[in-house]
Each structure stands twice: as C-alpha cells, then as structure tokens.
Design a protein around this ligand. Structure first.
Ligand code: GLA
Length: 407
C-alpha cells in the first residue's frame, strides 16, 4: 500500500531543500515497533498527510472557501484487531502509551496526542460505527505545532485504520467529518473542516478547493512542475497549539460579527452590508468580517489563477492574504511578519504568507527552484540572525490523502 506513492515521492524530493524523512525506513521501524510492543503482526497500515494551506485562512469555520494542498509528510498508523473492547496505543515518536476500554473513553486534560486518538474512537462510536478493540502503533513526520495540520493527519490516519479493521466502508468525506467532530467536541478545538478534508480527500499534484458550506470539493491542478516552482514551508520556530491560542476567540468574534450583520455567517455578508453596518459595528468585529469577506474573494481568484497557471497573480494574492491576516484578523506574529517580508524582497520568490491558524507556526512560500539557495541565504539566515530562532524549511510535494493497505 502507498509504497509506490512513497517511492515516487522520495525519488522526486531528492533535490533542493532538506525535506522528507525516508518513509520506507520509518515504515519498517513502525512495523517492527508494533511487533515488539504487541507480540504479533499488524494487519494494516493507514497513512494520512499533513497539509499546507495555499490561501483561505480562518474562512472554513465561516462557511467560506479554502485552498489547501496535502503534503508528503504523513502520520502512519499500524493496526491489528485487539482483545475484546480494549485499546492499546503506542506513540512511537514519544515512546508514550495509552490504554482504555471502549466503554469508558474519558477525555484527558491537556492530553496531547491521546486526546486526538481517543476523540476519534469516541466520534466513531457516537456515530454508531461498531469499532472493535485494537492495538495501534503510530509514527509520523508532520512537524508538530507548525500549522501543517499534524493533528488532522493523526485523526484521519487513526479513523482510516479503525474503520478498515472493522471492515466498514466509510466514505472519506464522512470520515473527515467524524474526525472534525473528534477535534471540536472531544479535544475542544473549534476548528473548521479544512484540515480533515485535506488529509482525507486530496489527490497528488492538485490543490483542494473546498466550499466549506456545501462541502463540495474541486481539484485544481498545480502547475508547479511546468513552472519549476516549489511550495516551501518555513517553520518560524515559534510553536503554537490551537488549544492555547485565541483561535476559539476568533471564531466567537466572527459569530458575533455575523449576528450584527444579521447573516448566518460572515461569508454571507458583502461590502455594502459591511459598509452600512460600520457605524454600529465595533471596529474589531468590522476588521474580522472584512478579512473573511476579502479572503473568500482571494481564494476564488487564487483558484482561477492556478487554472490559468498565472503564478504572478497568485503571489500577489498570497501577499494580500498575509496583510489581511496581520492587520484585520490579527493572527500574525512579529516572527511570521519578518519571514514574509524577507521572502517578499527576495528575487525568485513568487509569493509568501503565514499558513494555518497563525499565532506562530509556518509561512508558505512559492519559490522558483532556481532560487532555492538564494531563499536560504536571503530569508532563513537573516531570520535566524535577527531572532535567534532556528527556522527550518521544507519543500512540500503535493501528495495524496489517506491510504490504507494490508501489511
Ligand atoms: C487551523 C484549523 C483549520 C482552519 C485554520 C485557519 O488549521 O484547524 O480548520 O481554521 O486553522 O484557516
């Protein structure tokens, strides 16, 4: 399973910036850790990718538009049916374990990875999926706390493994919705659907244009090969966890703004409505709404520019998105601002902005391959010098969503 995809992806990524850990080696490590821990063979491996969002930030929970790309960094889960209703989970990268029974899936305060795994069991059961006991071993190379959606990759990989073990066919879309439920109602982060959809539904070499109200998706081909351009993630070195950030607060502010504007969600408002409401709308809410309305428009334009292979326009849209997230939505940080400013003034960089929720994490950069070493020299080095932080960069290859296969 997925081996061909992994081999192809490894063959393609050999050049440029430091990138993937060799997944075939980590697959071997996962299988042997499973055997050692549980004393038998796993039955299957499920693997789901992280994502980088090209554009469409803080729009998903406002019923708006997003344009993420799944990346060739994944969470892999080896699994076998367990003993009755008992669950045993090994998180290989932390050498940590969790055990619980399906009759008593308790929330853990600040449970980290355990909350997401338990949440998926809980959401599947709550949706009436009879899940048997299981043994799971988990590993991954999606950077954590970097805004590349390691938690959705974990949820979707676990859900893929469990439904496959139970012999159930659950549509990928429904699986993603269950995973969001785990995150919203069990782990307590009020995230939208973007990350789980990207982890479950992506196709190689395509961005995923998602209408988060209708939940319709459209695949938009990425003209990266013909344009010799890479998507580069730069980790600012400032870790964020959504549970600790004002993420849920932004969500509340958007709901408040929608109430003022008398619409179901801010996405339903237009410029005229916003202008008319301005005298009574608190300035902060006005700016939150302005971001969402303008960002939706940018996502549409970005998808169109990809279809025309017009990366220059896309680059300008990325910049406008960052400025709006910085000034109107106020989710940037001085470090993210510095990273994008350095990128904007570097020759060969087509566009750059913060990606994901903000408050730290990564920027997304579109960089001509010929300029990759200049990018290191003119963005990463000065950033490290000025902040004392160790920024890391990853060239992200657009990858497929969830794969599940027998061992
Ligand atoms: C996080 C959430 C997503 C989305 C982004 C911001 O990644 O998980 O649902 O809201 O932030 O665009």
């Amino acid at each position: 399973m997925g081996v061909l995809r992994l081999a192809q992806s490894l063959a393609r990524v050999g050049r440029g910036l430091p990138i993937l850990a060799a997944m075939s080696a980590s697959r071997e490590r996962l299988l042997s850790a499973f055997r050692k821990e549980f004393g038998r063979q796993p039955a299957l491996v499920a693997e789901a990718p992280g994502r980088i969002n090209l554009i469409g930030e803080h729009t998903d929970y406002n019923d708006g538009l997003v344009l993420p790309v799944a990346i060739d960094r994944t969470v892999a889960v080896a699994a076998a049916p367990g003993d009755g209703r008992y669950l045993r989970v090994l998180a290989l990268d932390y050498n940590e374990r969790d055990e619980f029974t399906l009759d008593d899936i308790a929330c853990i305060r600040n449970g980290g990875w355990r909350s997401y795994v338990r949440g998926v069991f809980w959401a599947l059961q709550d949706a009436g999926c009879e899940i048997p006991g299981a043994d799971l071993a988990i590993t991954g190379d999606v950077p954590q706390g970097a805004g590349l959606s390691s938690s959705a990759a974990l949820e979707v990989a676990v859900a893929g493994a469990l439904t496959a073990l139970s012999g159930r066919e659950v549509a990928r879309r429904d699986l993603a919705l269950l995973c969001r439920r785990a995150e919203n109602d069990f782990a307590g982060v009020q995230s939208g659907i973007m990350d789980q959809f990207a982890a479950a539904l992506s196709q190689p070499a395509q961005a995923l244009f998602i209408d988060c109200r209708s939940l319709e998706v459209e695949y938009v081909p990425l003209p990266l090969e013909q344009e010799a351009v890479d998507i580069v993630a730069v980790d600012s070195g400032v870790a964020r966890r959504l549970g600790d950030t004002p993420y849920n607060e932004r969500r509340r502010e958007c709901a408040e703004a929608a109430k003022f504007l008398a619409v179901a969600s801010v996405t339903d408002a237009n410029w005229e409505m916003l202008a008319a409401a301005r005298p009574s709308l608190p300035e902060r809410l006005f700016r939150r709404a302005r971001h969402v309305i303008s960002e939706n428009k940018r996502v549409r334009e970005a998808a169109d520019s990809l279809r025309r292979a017009d990366l220059t326009t896309l680059g300008a849209l990325l910049r406008a998105s960052h400025e709006s997230l910085r000034d109107d939505f106020e989710v940037s940080t001085p470090e993210l601002d510095l990273l994008v400013e350095l990128a904007w003034s570097t020759e060969g960089v087509i566009g750059a902005r913060l990606t994901g929720a903000g408050f730290g994490g990564c920027t997304v950069n579109l960089v001509h391959r010929a300029a990759l070493s200049r990018f290191d020299r003119d963005v990463l080095l000065p950033y490290r010098e000025q902040t004392g932080l160790s920024a890391a960069s990853y060239a992200c290859r657009p990858a497929a969503g969830l794969t599940v296969g027998h061992v």
